[in-house]
Design a protein around this ligand. Sequence first.
Ligand SMILES: C[S@@+](CC[C@H](N)C(=O)[O-])C[C@H]1O[C@@H](n2cnc3c(N)ncnc32)[C@H](O)[C@@H]1O
Length: 226
Amino acid sequence: MTWFKALAVFGQELITDPRPIGAACPSSPRLARRVARMVGNSPEHYVLEIGAGTGSITSALLKHCVPPERLIALERSASMVRLLQQRFQGVRIIEGDACELTSLLARSGVSDLGRITHIVSSLPLRSLQPDQVQLITGEFLKLMKQRTQLIQYTYNLRHGSRELFDRLYQRSSSVVWLNLPPARVEAFSTVPATEPRSGSRKRPPAKPAPFVLTGGTKVVNASPRH
Ligand SMILES: C[S@@+](CC[C@H](N)C(=O)[O-])C[C@H]1O[C@@H](n2cnc3c(N)ncnc32)[C@H](O)[C@@H]1O
């Protein structure tokens, strides 16, 4: 049922406004698992998903990487946001444009942006307008500390997304053939692979706190800051 509903919402959006969708259908389970594997699973992980769509990647992130209180999902389409809210209880879902990412997060009451360890982006950066892409990559950079990884997939198998993130280092890259179309998934960070990421030797907290949300926002599964 969810699968059919997701496909219907995705198809409707694709017909109405194809450019920001930038894909023929939602990501395959294989692509979603690859992204999740690149994120990994640790009590230190806090994930910000951009362009969550109908939730293919969201679902894999929740299954393999983080509990709902350590995941924030951003999506611009109101109908997709409604579907995400129905599908994923406890995940903070924000409706808005990634061009305004940092101010959107602040307005939504996410006060501890420094906690974000992974940005997972499904944005179709090759089909968006160049000025939008410039704003979005600038917003990503604002959020990226030394330990943050950006995971982005693209259907440009040959070149990937490297030229769009020329201020970042590519940490890994691989192709997922079982997707329509096949996709290249890449991880980027602000430090080269040889340098240890700051905090990588720190022990994780015994009980990780959820993202801290302030300002009267509706919070599910959140407990007070430690
Ligand atoms: C290729 S689809 C991926 C959907 C889903 N993550 C998946 O993998 O099936 C891209 C998604 O990014 C969203 N999107 C595009 N531009 C956006 C923007 N500027 N801000 C937020 N979301 C955006 C679209 O609405 C769409 O849901």
